[in-house]
Design a protein around this ligand. Sequence first.
Ligand code: PLP
Length: 375
Amino acid sequence: MNLFNVYPLYDVTPVSAKDVYVYDGKGVEYLDLYGGHAVISIGHSHPEYVSAICYQVEKLGFYSNAIQNPLQEELAKRLGRLSNCEDYQLFLCSSGAEANENALKLASFHNGKKKILAFNNAFHGRTSAAVAATDNPKIVAPLNAQQQVDFVALGDLEAVEAILKKEETCAVIIECIQGVGGLDESTSGFYQGLEKLCKQYNTVFIADEVQSGFGRTGDFFAFQKHGLTPDIISIAKGMGNGFPVGGILIHPEIKASFGLLGTTFGGNHLACVATLSVLKVLETEQLTENVKRVSDYFRSKTEGLPGLKSVKGRGLMLGLEFEFPISELRKALIYEHHIFTGSAKNPNLIRILPPLTIQEKHIDKLFEALRYELK
Ligand code: PLP
């Protein structure tokens, strides 16, 4: 059988990894400034994480959500405390797209409306058809009968209000810092205005923190900089440090009922211990402090970089926007300097999404390589 060929692949085959480094079969060391799409938060193969998962898989790797799992309670408690979202309720699933699907479905159950409002250049995942193809009105939310999305420009509150006024929109979904779309962020005034409009027009406000959450921006969640209280917060990626896990945090105003949401794999024992160990390491190693320090250092190193147009993003969710397309530069970084970076929808933007354990010396290595290539 052949693989379904949907990914253009770089010619590198990682076989092992440790903290911020990835190794191929010949022992060549690569500096990982991409973390497999912002997934590696506490560093590759962190010993606390490895031993927690190994211990759990020997004991009990999986059992169904229909049976009690105290690890979920422990996770909800610890996540609530660390994220400062103690009032919220937690529903666990297995990926970012699944988290957003559940968030949108829950929104349309909550207010009975069918449309979604999202923003230009948004990225929220690649599913949506599955539940629309499910023949059971009890689990198919109203929005799936006729799913429609309105897109507006980031920052345009007038356009948002014109749409919400029609009283058809169940949810507004937003990344407070856009990921794949290119690291754009609007003002606190805009996000606060958006939240207010959602309240005014009985629309659920969903913060997609799949990429920006779990400390990546220096705050636990990116929306916290703007003082917001979203109705639903979606999470995944850095949450599991590579273990596939996702979830939504749900404001207490939205009530649960039996059967409203469900999943086979979500919240399984391994996913819980993976996430618990991520949270423990984030706290004990004070990684959000590290994020802020290294981020400031990164910005200071960008001064005078040839061809650089702007530095985008926050914390360790960063973008270097150049005056030219960056695909050749990224190839040189991988093949000549052994540094992984990421791309975005904007062809001139390099994305930097390293493990949150990264140090100044690793940033030095990147800028030495960039200056060499751009001289
Ligand atoms: N939301 C955001 C902001 C993302 O960046 C992504 C993935 O890049 C997703 C959702 C989808 O997550 P997943 O690929 O785990 O389904």
